[in-house]
Each structure stands twice: as C-alpha cells, then as structure tokens.
Design a protein around this ligand. Structure first.
Ligand SMILES: Cc1ncc(COP(=O)(O)O)c(C=O)c1O
Length: 408
C-alpha cells in the first residue's frame, strides 16, 4: 500500500476571502514607496500621509506622563473612563450643539476603530451604505468588511465636491442603512453648509431605516465657513452617529484615540464590537485626552493658522500650473486638484492615462509623492497633504509644475 504524498502547506492559501480582497490602500503604498526611494538616497518630498507635522502640545504630553507615573496603566472600561466620556459629552454640547449623555459616548483606539465599531454595529450583510465621493479610503473598505454594499455617489469639482441632495435622495433604497458625511472632508477639503446638510436631513427624515455617520475629525482644521454637526439639526440627534477624535486637531495621530457618540442602544453595540477586538482604549492616553479637552486651545489655533498659510501657498502654487483645476479648500490639510487635462499625455515614451500612473511617474521621475484620486473614488484627481513644512511644500509645487510641464 502506498501512502499518498503529504499535501504541502501553503500559508497563502489559508487567507480568508476578506483578507484576499482587502487592499493595503494607496496612501500606505505611496508612503512606503517614498521610504524605499529615500533609503536609496533620493531626496523625495512626500505629501502623502494626513499627519500633522507638529508635536503634541506639552500640556497633553505632561498629562500622559503623570498618568503613567500614577499607575494609570491598567485596562480601561470598554467604553472609556467615565471622566472622559463626561468631558466629551460636555464638549459635544458646548461646541457642537449635540446633547448626548455621557453614556452615549464610546472611546476607541483611534477614530478608525470608532468608525469600524459604528459600521459593524449597524450594517448587516446586504445593507447599503451611501458614500459621498470623493471619500476617505477606509469607509468603503470597512463597509465591505461588514458585508455591506457601498453605494458610491460621485461629485465634481464644479459641484464643490458635494453630491447634490437630489442624487442622494435618488440613491436611497429600502436596503439603505447609512449615509456617510465627512465635513470638513478628506480628501477634498470641502465643508458642508447648514443648508446643504438640512437637505440631507430632509431625506433621512423620510426614511426611518436610514442613519447618518458624521465624521467630524477635521472640525478644528477649518479656515472658512462654519462647522455644522449633522446631529445638531432638528430631529437628527437620534439619527446620527457622530465620530471625532484627537489625532488631527490636537496633533495626536500616534496616540490612537477617537470616539463615537450615538443613541444608547447603538453606543452599547459599539462597545460590544470593541470588546471583541480590542477591549477599552489606551488608559493613560485617555487621561491625556482629558487634559486636551480641559486645557487651552492656543496650540490648536496656532496649528490651524499654520495650515491656513500653507493652504494659501498650495492654492496659489496649484492655480499657477496651466491645466490643473483646484477649487477652494475651506478646511483640512489636503488639496485635491483635478488632473484630467494631463491624462492621455506623454513624456517621451511614457504615456500617462490614470492618476495612479501620474502619481507613480511623479514619484519615480520627479521625487514627489502624492496619492492617486482613484483611492478616494475620484479617478481624475490626485491628493497632496499640506501637513508638511513650508520648505517641502515649495519644493513639491516646483516639482509638480516642472513635471506636469513635460507632459504633451
Ligand atoms: C476622515 C477621516 N476620518 C478618520 C480618520 C482616522 O483617524 P484616527 O487617526 O483617529 O484613526 C482619518 C485619518 O486620516 C480621516 O481622514
């Protein structure tokens, strides 16, 4: 009797369909490529990652050190420490006109995790989630992870990158569960006015199965216009999951702390989701976040003013490049120029037909790293993050102008 040959084990074949279909994301890919080129000695300017180049303000760092020294190193309650949930509820009322009780607030290890908690809590397989494009990359991936169906609605630079309400209304079906609103918006910098949000509220009011996920993480990086929290609109508090975090406004990306606030049954479900994958958020970071909320906001304002100066530089630089279109940037630290005029053109033997090819070429030939709009559901744009030094921004604008001028 012969024994059958032992089957060889191939770890790659063990991957789930979920893992196989998940993409690491264009932002991470472009950032990685720039690191590789830098390691080879190239002077790459990277405007890829949405990360403040400022250090976390001192009062916040001190509070974390004190918390560590006082032994604040144990597990936190899953939804967060009570003092911070209360402080966030006070902040949401005072600054955003959102009267959530503290029991509605759930802390998470980053706003990314808060978004995942929210989507996993309300989206069942087959449910549809309306995503207004251009959109931040993680929304679509997380909806897919939850088994939901992303329904992506594009918008144009001429529309100020805000999908008109009629198109949103036409996309609502009995399976629609969520509409994701992100204002100020990554990647476009668009800020939705109260009147525009009112029109979305009217749609939500007509469909009792639909809620809004309102991602307000860039609220402090606002230059023009005013911040309207979707949940503050009449009748919308219960219909909204509000998301926010400490990463952008307080320059705390590496600390990993964000939160969601929602009607209590949803808040409880979000805490359950989190208890499965990670338990409570970092304990001593929550003490630091208390200091962030209670302390002075002068550093937050200084950082915003620096981003405003850079925004002005970037807009002036981009508007001086023939063929490039750029709208206003009322908030965030991103520029999202439309590069349609360059697609289909060539430099020597290299023909550029997509923003991905354009970004690869700008990086390989001109040492400038940006992110293709395709990653954000916008196939005719590229994203530049101006959370970078003024020197880097100047270099980047020069390289972009000279690179694009070679395309014919
Ligand atoms: C729109 C938006 N929401 C959420 C996040 C994630 O924030 P956090 O670092 O708190 O996970 C980002 C980060 O880039 C973002 O741009």
């Amino acid at each position: 009797m012969t024994t059958p040959p032992a089957a060889t084990f191939d770890p790659a074949r063990t991957l789930s369909s979920r893992a196989n279909s998940a993409d690491e994301g264009a932002i991470i890919r472009m950032a990685q490529k720039s690191r590789e080129l830098r390691a080879k000695g190239r002077d790459v300017v990277a405007l890829t990652v949405g990360e403040p180049d400022f250090d976390t303000p001192e009062n916040i760092r001190d509070a974390a050190k004190e918390a560590l020294d006082k032994g604040f190193t144990h597990y936190s309650p899953v939804a967060g420490i009570p003092e911070l949930r209360e402080a966030i509820a006070r902040k949401l009322l005072a600054e955003n006109n959102l009267p959530y009780p503290a029991s509605s607030v759930v802390l998470a290890n980053g706003t990314k995790q808060a978004i995942a908690n929210a989507i996993l809590s309300v989206v069942s397989p087959g449910d549809e989630v309306i995503i207004l494009a251009p959109y931040w990359v993680s929304y679509e991936a997380t909806v897919r992870l939850a088994g939901g169906t992303p329904v992506v609605l594009p918008s144009t630079i001429a529309e100020g990158y805000k999908v008109p309400a009629e198109r949103i209304a036409a996309a609502v079906t009995p399976r629609s569960k969520l509409i994701i609103v992100n204002s100020p918006c990554n990647p476009t910098g668009a800020v939705w006015t109260r009147a525009e949000l009112d029109r979305i509220a009217a749609i939500v009011a007509g469909h009792p199965q639909v809620m809004v996920l309102s991602d307000e993480i860039y609220e402090y990086i606002l230059f023009d216009g005013e911040m309207t929290s979707f949940g503050s609109l009449p009748g919308m508090l219960e219909r909204t999951i509000t998301l926010n975090g400490f990463a952008k406004g307080f320059a705390m990306t590496g600390w990993r702390l964000g939160y969601a606030a929602a009607a209590e049954p949803i808040a409880k479900a979000m805490a359950r989701m989190q208890s499965i994958v990670s338990a409570g958020a970092n304990s001593f970071v929550q003490r630091a976040a208390l200091a962030a909320l209670a302390g002075p906001r002068d550093k937050v304002a200084e950082m915003r003013d620096a981003y405003r100066r850079r925004r002005d530089m970037v807009i002036a630089g981009l508007r001086a490049i023939p063929g490039l279109s750029i709208g206003d940037i009322p908030g965030t630290f991103y520029a999202f120029p439309d590069v349609s005029a360059f697609l289909g053109k060539a430099a020597g033997n290299t023909r550029i037909t997509t923003p991905d090819e354009l970004c690869d070429w700008l990086l390989e030939e001109h040492d400038l790293a940006t992110v293709p709009g395709t990653a954000f559901g916008a196939p005719t744009s590229i994203r530049l993050s101006f959370a970078a030094s003024e020197d880097d921004i100047k270099k980047a604008l020069t390289r972009l102008a000279s690179g694009l001028s070679m395309l014919r």
